[in-house]
Design a protein around this ligand. Structure first.
Ligand code: ARG
Ligand code: ZN
Length: 876
């Protein structure tokens, strides 16, 4: 069944409040839901009440406290329909259900993980608890009573403020919670069990004290300190930058080890994948710390962008997700280095979102139809959604953007809103028409902007011809031109910036050029010398840019641009064609050359002590194999891509050997570990130099020594990665892997790294290794993190290993998907998206991939999640 945006209509009844009572039991939890309704004004007088359910066992149904006559309701698989309801009077419906949390392997609704009861309701998990209006536009206040065994569940949590608790019969107790903020069911949460806690307080800008609590497994409390610190910084930042204050007496975070995604913003009671809470120097990498900071912030920021203002329907998902990702990006940029953060964001966007937008799963930031909403928690909705929000800020400028945000909070607090509502706030605040701009929400595909330039020395005139094209995507063959904001600058030969007399033909505001037509020519006058144009600074628009520039011009930008991001981008643009050509040569068996301007500039910038180490580390991370594949576009041979890239790396390793050795030694961060961005940057630079040294050395001694010397997980896992990826068969590598395993055998999150490092060892042997690791006693097919670490990492991040010429990688994935799907459809569907670019493979591999997809499609009893992905993948 396909759901269409145009089908939206409000419910026939208004839900005023709900009282929920849970009597928790591992296999037979009783839930009683009392809901107060009245018929909506204007609704048909004979309209029935239709509530959503999913695999429910209903044991009782009351109307105003009396058993409902059998003829007045019907129950089928996924709805409860009640007829003959009052025309105007309010009435109460009570539903009793019995749930088996232990058997809930989907991890949607109420489930158990390591003895803890917990819930995940977004998007449609609440209907697995009880019959309900399980849709985001139905907001009401919740009272929740939880009854449970005192000993196994000393802790009983739900949303809002704690009302009270007491003993409840033999060996049991109860707790009551009331959430005064009306909310949709997807924000409901319940947690019960025996957990340790880290406590703190935060005083809000108006002087209210909020209790902060982070719950983790007993013994892991010290590892929650960084998350607590990040939470307090997030609360402060949202007050300072967005004027948003927290609104309950208590804010809780619970970390659980079985979770389908990163985390969930339930009102006042966030539930997290413990991977994004737990950290200490010994077990977490700098990347883990950065993720914890970002995700703690993200979920906290949802309190306003998501909870206070929610979505009218799930088509509006980007209203809360795109905006909240934008907010967490800005937060991290303020906490760390803005330029380095931007480089990381753009790398991520290009490696995840661009392929999605260029393949069979492409969809608009605001889709118009879906079959399974879980499949729309995508990088397009999240990351491209964030970029669209960023472009609004770029087009309007800081002050008007803030004015628009303030208006949004003021106008829509308490609403279930739409993208149109959101955009209207910025139009009203700024007076600028954002009609054409809104196409970013509606047209899928990454726009391609093609640019050429000419300089007339005699007239001092420079022309920039711009042309845009949005490629066709599934269901959208023809596209309209978009409003593309391009930050730009004109660099003079000495590296300074030109101030032109005039720019005509294209609207310019500040340093932003507004491309709005299919073709436009900007004419710049009053220049003494030919400028080098730097375009799309700060990645102001999420586009592909084709701009024929000489290596010398790119090197000029890489050396002189005042925008650090643009310097990284220029070097990337210099490297990518070289890597593409190297891959072509590797495939053809012809000689591979490296442009000396590329190696010289790269080494020069990496050596520049005036630049921050984290930035130099990003400079050393050349475009990935996936980046090269994307640039090549079609008929891809991952083995040739790797061979070409490896040849370039080898050349750079030998050219820069002295520098790499210095960087590696000088940034030895041994001693006192701190997770701050500057220290992390020094480790990043050291660990970016190590693979080059390993290549130049041609043997594992240095990496093995680094492994032995490491006193923190960042350096330790980096050294292990170099050993495993560069010298998989070496004794040193086998020894290091075993040392690592034995040392961290009790730490699931660290073992995930052990699995992931091995899953990414390139080449033909990868599949056998992965299959062998699945037999390891440490492998646990029921834990999503573990499955993602091994199977997911192999499929997503090991291009040569997964895309084996004989197709075994795809056949393996197909059988995994068919095994995971009956237990956890969301996990299966997510891992399956690793094949989203199968059409851009060369013929033999593409044929194998197609057959594997067909085998999945032919599977019996496929979930809607997997059926939807596989069908779009085959037909898109
Ligand atoms: N709202 C959560 C977040 O982004 C993610 C929920 C994902 N839900 C899902 N069914 N995939 O913070
Ligand atoms: Zn979110």
């Amino acid at each position: 069944r396909i759901i269409h945006l145009t089908d939206y209509r409000p419910t026939d009844f208004v839900l005023e409040r709900v009282d929920l009572t849970f009597e928790l039991d591992p296999t037979e939890t009783k839930c009683t839901s009392r809901m107060l309704f009245h018929r909506r004004e204007g609704a048909a007088v004979d309209a029935p009440l239709v509530l959503d359910g999913d695999e429910l066992k209903m044991t009782g149904l009351l109307f105003d406290g009396m058993p409902m006559e059998p003829g007045r309701f019907t129950e089928d698989n996924d709805t409860l329909t009640i007829r003959e309801l009052p025309e105007t009077a309010a009435f109460e419906i009570t539903v009793d259900t019995v749930i088996n949390p232990e058997a809930n392997t989907q991890l949607m609704g109420l489930y158990r993980t390591n003895g803890i009861y917990c819930t995940q309701c977004e998007a449609e998990g609440f209907r697995r608890i009880t019959y309900f209006y399980d849709r985001p536009d139905v907001l009401c206040v919740y009272t929740v009573n939880i009854i449970a065994d005192k000993e196994s569940c000393p802790l009983l949590l739900s949303n809002g403020n704690f009302l009270g608790g007491a003993g409840y019969g033999e060996g049991k107790h109860f707790a009551a919670w009331f959430d005064p903020h009306p909310k949709p069911s997807y924000l409901f949460a319940l947690v019960a069990g025996d957990l340790g806690v880290v406590e703190d307080t935060f005083t809000t800008m108006s002087g209210r004290e909020v209790a902060l609590k982070i719950y983790v497994e007993h013994g892991k409390e010290p590892r929650a300190a960084y998350a607590m610190d990040a939470l307090k910084r997030s609360m402060k930042w949202d007050e300072e930058v967005f004027s948003r204050e927290y609104d309950l007496d208590i804010f809780m975070v619970v970390a659980v080890s079985d979770f389908n995604m990163g985390a969930m913003e339930n009102k006042g009671l966030n539930v997290f994948n413990d991977k994004y809470v737990l950290a200490d120097p010994e077990t977490a990498t700098d990347a883990d710390y950065a993720n914890i900071e970002a995700i703690i912030a993200h979920e906290y920021f949802h309190n306003w962008t998501g909870n206070r203002i929610t979505c009218r329907d799930w088509f509006q998902l980007c209203l809360k997700e795109g905006l909240t990702v934008y907010r967490d990006h800005e937060f991290s940029a303020d906490q760390r280095s803005r330029a380095v953060k931007r480089v990381a964001e753009v790398r991520h966007l290009k490696s995840e979102q661009f392929p999605e937008d260029a393949g069979p799963l492409a969809h608009p930031v605001r889709p118009t139809k879906y079959r399974e909403i879980n499949n729309f928690y995508t990088t397009t909705v999240y990351e491209k959604g964030a970029e669209v929000t960023r472009m609004i800020a770029t087009i309007l400028g800081r002050d008007l953007f803030k004015k628009g945000m303030d208006l949004y909070f003021e106008r829509h607090d308490g609403d279930a809103a739409t993208i149109e509502d959101f955009v209207k706030c910025f139009e009203d605040a700024s007076g600028r028409d954002l009609g054409q701009f809104s196409l970013w929400y509606h047209q899928a595909g990454t726009p391609l902007v093609t640019v050429s330039s000419a300089f007339d020395q005699a007239k001092g005139t420079f022309t920039l011809a711009l042309e845009q094209m949005v490629p066709p995507t599934p269901g959208q063959s023809a596209k309209e031109p978009m409003h593309i904001p391009l930050r730009f600058g004109l660099l003079l030969p000495d590296g300074s910036e030109a101030t032109p007399a005039s720019i005509d033909g294209v609207e310019v505001t500040g340093d932003v050029l507004h491309l709005t037509k299919r073709k436009q020519v900007a004419t710049v006058t009053g220049l003494d010398a030919r400028p080098v144009v730097t375009l799309n600074r700060d990645f102001s628009a999420p586009i592909n840019l084709h701009f024929e520039r000489t290596p010398a011009d790119l090197a000029h930008i890489a050396r002189h641009d005042r925008d650090l991001f643009a310097r990284w981008q220029a070097l990337n643009d210099l490297a990518l064609p070289n890597l593409v050509e190297a891959s072509r040569n590797a495939r053809a068996g012809t000689a591979i050359a490296v442009n000396s301007l590329l190696s010289d500039t790269l080494i020069e910038i990496a050596a520049d002590e005036t630049l921050e180490p984290a930035f130099r580390a990003q400079i050393l991370a050349l475009p990935s194999e996936a980046d090269i594949a994307r640039e090549l576009g079609s008929n891809n041979d991952p083995d040739a891509i790797r061979a070409g890239r490896e040849a370039v790396l080898a050349f750079l390793a030998s050219e820069g050997k002295a520098l790499f050795a210095t960087l590696f030694e000088r940034h030895d961060g041994k001693g006192s570990f701190t997770p701050d961005a500057a220290s992390a940057g020094r480790r990043a630079l050291r660990n970016a130099a190590l693979p080059f040294l390993a290549i130049a050395d041609g043997q594992p001694a240095r990496a093995a020594q680094a492994f032995a010397d490491s006193d923190n997980m960042t350096d330790l896992s980096a050294a292990l990665g170099v050993l495993a990826h560069r010298f998989p068969e070496a004794e040193e590598t086998q020894a290091a892997l075993e040392t690592f395993r034995a040392r961290f055998a009790e730490n699931a999150l660290v073992l995930d790294k052990w699995f992931a490092i091995q899953a990414t060892i390139p080449g033909e042997g990868a599949l056998g290794r992965v299959q062998q690791l699945m037999q390891s006693p440490h492998f646990n097919a029921a834990n999503p993190n573990r499955v993602r670490a091994l199977v997911g990492t192999f499929a997503f991040s090991n291009p040569t290993g997964f895309n084996r010429l004989d197709g075994e990688g795809y056949r393996f994935l197909a059988s995994q998907i068919l095994q995971i799907d009956p237990k956890n459809p969301q996990l299966a569907a997510r891992i399956l998206t690793s094949m989203r670019s199968w059409r851009s493979l060369e013929g033999v591999r593409a044929e194998h991939a197609l057959n594997a997809l067909r085998r999945i499609a032919a599977g019996e009893k496929l979930s809607a999640d997997v059926a939807d992905i596989v069908e779009r993948m085959l037909n898109g």
